[in-house]
Design a protein around this ligand. Sequence first.
Ligand code: AMP
Ligand code: MG
Length: 494
Amino acid sequence: MRTLENLPFDNAFARLPEQFYTRLAPDPLPEPVLVAASPAAAALIDLDPAEFARPEFARVFAGNALLPGSEPLAAVYSGHQFGMWAGQLGDGRAHLLGEVPGAGAGWEIQLKGAGQTPYSRFADGRAVLRSSLREFLCSEAMAALGIPTTRALCVVGSPLPVRRETVETAAVCTRLAPSFLRFGSFEHWAVNKQPDALRVLADYVIDRFRPELRDAANPYDALLRDAGRRTGDLIARWQTVGFMHGVMNTDNMSILGLTLDYGPFGFMDGFDANHICNHSDDHGRYAYKAQPQIGHWNLFALGRALRSLVGSQDDVKAAIADSYVPAFENGYLNGLRAKLGLQDALPGDEDFIGETLSLLQRFHPDYTTFFRVLSRLPGAVTDASRATVDAPLRDHFIDRDACDAWLTLWRARLAAEGSRDDVRQAAMLAVNPKYVLRNWVAEEAIRAAQQGDDRVTAEVLACLSRPFDEQPEFERYAAPPPDWAQHLAVSCSS
Ligand code: AMP
Ligand code: MG
């Protein structure tokens, strides 16, 4: 395993022409203290977790000391925000240190919150401890759920005051990803009428991350289709697990199909398809139920940017129709089948899934709990036993008859495929998590960390690293929001 000093950097992005970024060092953070670190993320770059304990670790990932071989830079991009062209954005508070070989193509190491860059516009280049811990915990939780995402190595805090709605303190979150390139990275060059730069960037992504696309008749068309397929699959996973990103602007959409830029995200507590997790999203553009259409819209923004390389507008449309649409639809349908314990695809499944969603929408049971509890119910009951046997699920419904009626449909559907309880229950428990990062749990970790106690964060990280395991010691983190957290609001402020 590697120590900090012998992380072998190989900075492919820094070898691109200088128009793609600005080289600059991070701004030192006063009195840096390590608040959280992920052993699983460290393993990706073969970094020895014993390194976490060194004072040097906090200094390096605060941006106060540079690792040998790193070449820090901030990248330029543009994007559409809330449906409007926002012009140039860029890494306003992120410094890419470089890339370390590891599993796959390698892992870029990026500091988020390490000071201003030429792309900061009027903002301070900092991130607060609250949002840094949310990003850290959710990145690692999503990875453990098997959902494509950027990763988080650690959070380093500091007493440096940072003004948001109130005065908070600064932190730096270190993120890992094969690449942080966004749809907006491509829109930038298309809108600025620099087709050569656009091609260089597309070639970089293909050669570095998708070499198999080189063999396609048009590798750029294949890249658009690849992004479409992966984004469709990603959003299907978000929907099935009840995740809401909150700010699906095109500058927050990864070209590699990763969940990127955790801000005012949320996991569904009581199911409500209309739920808007971002308090700043007045019109619900990024509501839960809107995410699939927004993904489609964003793909069109990417397609428009790549059009000169792909061919005609019709080619772009075809590429998206053939990739995003079926990837989302199949991913979502199969994802819900799996959550319901259905192994076969039978006619009528879409109707049954529709019935299921309308039951959830009418009674708003806790989404995660509903499927977890359902996983353990038997596929057959007698009339005499059903009230007792089904109690763990029925208790989540004011209208028990509605729950019973739905369970009858579910059991008929299980019988139609000759479902076996032992096989089906094991499969359901492996896809229906017991633990997701509930807002109230993140809030508890944050409040403790703000008081200098980082143990809750470590405990939540440990719990969410095994989301499908029962872990009775962490039972309380599976609970719906307690009274104090009923009206927690999360906004873009970070
Ligand atoms: P976000 O909504 O966090 O994805 O950020 C949108 C844009 O604003 C990106 O270009 C960010 O780099 C930039 N940005 C957000 N917060 C800050 C900040 N505190 N300082 C500098 N730039 C920021
Ligand atoms: Mg962003």
